[in-house]
Design a protein around this ligand. Structure first.
Ligand SMILES: C[S@@+](CC[C@H](N)C(=O)[O-])C[C@H]1O[C@@H](n2cnc3c(N)ncnc32)[C@H](O)[C@@H]1O
Length: 275
């Protein structure tokens, strides 16, 4: 997480130049005025502002250019190449917040910026927060974002980097894994396709490769009565729910049409899977 206030803006009045707005608009930025205002607030000098405008006009995600994204009311640091947390994923966070209790042990797997874990920790007192990601750039970014909550971030493949002491202790395990089928990546908007790491998007042939592995191992890490929650596409949700069921979870699919968000959640229905 980063402070709300940015350094003094590059232009004294704080009103974006019409040329900047026109440049952004010509580059296809639908919210050119709002973006110009954010770029102005983020830049410390006119030269820096000019560079930012050009990066944005060339297609970099706004969040990579200004260095932060708003997520669940928090200002989350976002570094180049790292997945930008999406509005729809606030639905997953809401589900996790509703299941967590003060002092709960929360694990944010495939954490990216760490936005999800940070948002759950912000909602309840005393959360013990753990997060992990394969991508070193994401881990570095997540460490910045969860520091305020005393969160720990591990680098490595799914559960592998986690401390053994966490086994059987996680109350809420949330994961927004990559879930785009490989063949669909080329149809994604350029902002994602060209500026976010491939490992953040590619879920394998059917999009479920990472979810399959999460569902298979999650019960080992959950505390009795613990919850697993993953984001899915609406189309994939039945298959994701089936993966949950195959691994001893009683799955529930929850949907928010306003945000086009789907979450599959569940608790192991028996403990013998937890070994
Ligand atoms: C769709 S992004 C989501 C990031 C973050 N949870 C969010 O919603 O903003 C998926 C993340 O999973 C990570 N990832 C992909 N495969 C992984 C694996 N095998 N182990 C750990 N992290 C992985 C990527 O590096 C990326 O940060």
């Amino acid at each position: 997480m980063i402070p709300e206030k940015n350094p003094p803006a590059a232009a004294s009045a704080g009103v974006p130049d019409e040329n900047i707005i026109a440049r952004l608009r010509a580059a296809g930025c639908v919210y050119a005025e709002e973006e110009a205002r954010l770029l102005l607030a983020a830049a410390s000098t006119p030269d820096e502002l000019a560079g930012m405008v050009e990066r944005r006009a060339a297609g970099s995600p706004l969040e990579h250019v200004i260095g932060w994204a708003e997520f669940a009311g928090l200002r989350i640091a976002v570094e180049p190449g790292v997945f930008v947390p999406r509005l729809r994923t606030e639905f997953l966070v809401r589900q996790a917040v509703s299941l967590a209790r003060p002092g709960a042990v929360v694990l944010d797997l495939c954490c990216g910026t760490g936005a999800l874990g940070a948002a759950v920790a912000a909602a309840h007192a005393g959360i013990e927060l753990h997060a992990a990601d394969l991508d070193p750039a994401a881990v570095k970014c997540a460490r910045r974002n969860v520091a305020a909550f005393g969160g720990l971030v591990y680098e490595g493949d799914l559960f592998r980097p986690l401390p053994e002491s966490l086994r059987g202790r996680v109350d809420v395990l949330l994961a927004n894994t990559p879930y785009v089928p490989t063949a669909a990546i080329e149809r994604m908007p350029a902002e994602a396709r060209l500026h976010e790491a491939r490992v953040a998007l590619d879920g394998g042939a059917d999009g479920l490769d990472v979810q399959r592995r999460v569902a298979a191992e999650a019960a080992l890490w959950l505390a009795p009565g613990g919850h697993l929650l993953v984001e899915a596409s609406e189309e994939q949700a039945p298959e994701t729910a089936a993966l949950f069921a195959q691994n001893g979870f009683a799955p529930q699919v929850v949907r928010c049409d306003d945000w086009d968000a789907t979450v599959v959640r569940g608790t192991p229905s028996h403990r013998d899977v937890a070994g």
